[in-house]
Design a protein around this ligand. Structure first.
Ligand code: ZN
Length: 443
């Protein structure tokens, strides 16, 4: 994976190994200027951030630097590891990292994810796991006007597969969620499409039902191929295990969350948040002022989303800490979700998150019984359920996936990289006076 890396620092020998992770990627077509409460792409059509993953590494780097200083001053043995969640929006990174042994020898993973409050959770995650799979149909082209009977339409096969899946949906468990896009639907109307591709996410809440829905999808794809005299192949593009978070670690983090608390927001920050909520059609409640803290396991999933931190949670005792760098009530996977990044809202949230990560890392380094209890909880989790990813040995990360888009936009994006030697903040570089609630005539 060309954008993956691991940073590691060790003091002494025999100390615990604590790995700090956070996702780094964005989504297509979400380019947006931060700090302004109106639509203003930085580059039309370019990828952008649809959650605020661009704030996560700052949380972990600040925490790691602070803990490193304390480890040196207090002569605490241990290892700190920093790692990125690559291509999380495609669920295309962490299952491969786990399979490649990246977490071998790691004692605990403290993961962070941008949110609108300060909190963590233990037990089964509130969301789903999934398998991401692309079906490619191959037929035969023909002149669609002159000899349509000579053609075998791969697009017909895609449409029949989708029709089949959409009928079948009603007869699946309520906990499933599934969606598709058609990356290739043919070239032009007068050519019977000889190839077509459809890309599915099959989401469910446990390993078995992810696999069962994947198998149903595979059968429907084969049936669609049969109906159209085309052929079908499939490729697994990503996988996310259902999540299982560590209770002793979550409780340790919870005590730190209570100590750190939410940032104190200014009137300007609240006015900005409400303007963005109005823009997005969300409830205008402003920034969170009631601390979330530790969420116990929910009786039923409350969220259909996935994160491949699930895979890591089956390899190492793991928690995920949400930090308050974003605005509540936004749609998610939308350009509005990154407006708060680079503003004082995001910066305050990052500092709060970094404090919790640093304090919890220190707890893990200093309190052997906490580490032992975390490992016992993890062992118990493994006795109840086995990690069963759907990756076959021949499945490899599809690192070429966004190659075309990035080749097209990277030169344009580069012009917007932050130059810390010239500007004290990124908003200064962009010439934005926070909070900018409406377009100004000058620009
Ligand atoms: Zn995310």
């Amino acid at each position: 994976m060309p954008t993956a890396w691991v940073a590691r620092w060790t003091q002494g020998s025999g100390g615990p190994v604590i790995a700090l992770g956070s996702d780094i990627d964005g989504i297509p077509k979400a380019s947006q200027t931060p700090g302004v409460a109106y639509r203003k792409p930085m580059i039309d059509g370019a990828p952008g951030h649809g959650e605020g993953h661009n704030s996560g590494q700052a949380v972990n780097i600040i925490a790691a630097l602070a803990v490193k200083d304390l480890m040196q001053r207090e002569k605490i043995n241990g290892t700190l590891v920093l790692w990125p969640g690559v291509a999380e929006e495609l669920l295309a990174g962490k299952a491969y990292m786990v399979r490649a042994g990246m977490f071998a020898g790691v004692d605990a993973v403290i993961f962070t994810h941008v949110g609108d409050n300060l909190g963590t959770a233990y037990g089964p995650g509130s969301g789903t796991g999934l398998v991401s799979v692309e079906y490619t149909f191959t037929g035969e082209s023909a002149h669609a006007g002159v000899n349509p009977w000579r053609g075998k339409s791969a697009l017909d096969a895609v449409e029949l597969m989708n029709q089949g899946w959409n009928m079948r949906r009603e007869h699946l468990r309520l906990s499933q969620r599934s969606h598709y896009v058609i990356p290739d639907g043919g070239d032009q109307p007068n050519v019977v499409p000889s190839t077509a591709r459809v890309w599915y996410y099959f989401r469910e809440t446990d390993f078995e039902n992810i696999r069962l829905n994947f198998e149903i999808g595979n059968r429907i794809s084969e049936a669609a191929a049969m109906m159209t005299d085309t052929t079908v192949t499939r490729r697994v593009l990503g996988y996310a295990a259902p999540q299982m978070f560590n209770r002793p670690m979550a409780e340790a983090a919870g005590a730190n969350i209570a100590l750190v608390g939410l940032p104190t927001w200014t009137a300007d920050e609240q006015a900005f948040a409400k303007a963005v909520q109005r823009l997005a059609g969300g409830a205008e409640t402003g920034l969170s002022t009631t601390l979330r803290g530790v969420t116990p396991p929910q009786p039923a999933p409350t969220n259909g989303g996935s994160d491949d931190i699930g895979d890591v949670s089956w390899a190492v005792p793991t928690i995920s800490i949400n930090y308050p760098s974003n605005i509540p009530n936004l749609p998610g996977h939308n350009w509005v979700n990154a407006i708060a990044m680079a503003t004082p809202v995001a910066h305050k949230g990052v500092i709060a998150g970094a404090k919790v990560v640093a304090m919890t890392s220190l707890d893990m380094l200093l309190d052997r019984s906490l580490l032992d209890r975390a490992k016992a909880d993890f062992a118990e989790q493994g006795r109840r359920q086995k990690y069963e990813p759907l990756l076959r040995p021949e499945d490899r990360p599809k690192i070429e996936m966004n190659g075309d888009v990035m080749a097209r936009y990277r030169p344009e994006l580069r012009k917007f990289y932050y130059d810390a030697s010239r500007y004290p903040t990124y908003l200064d570089q962009l010439g934005i006076k926070f909070p900018e609630l409406a377009p100004t005539a000058a620009r």
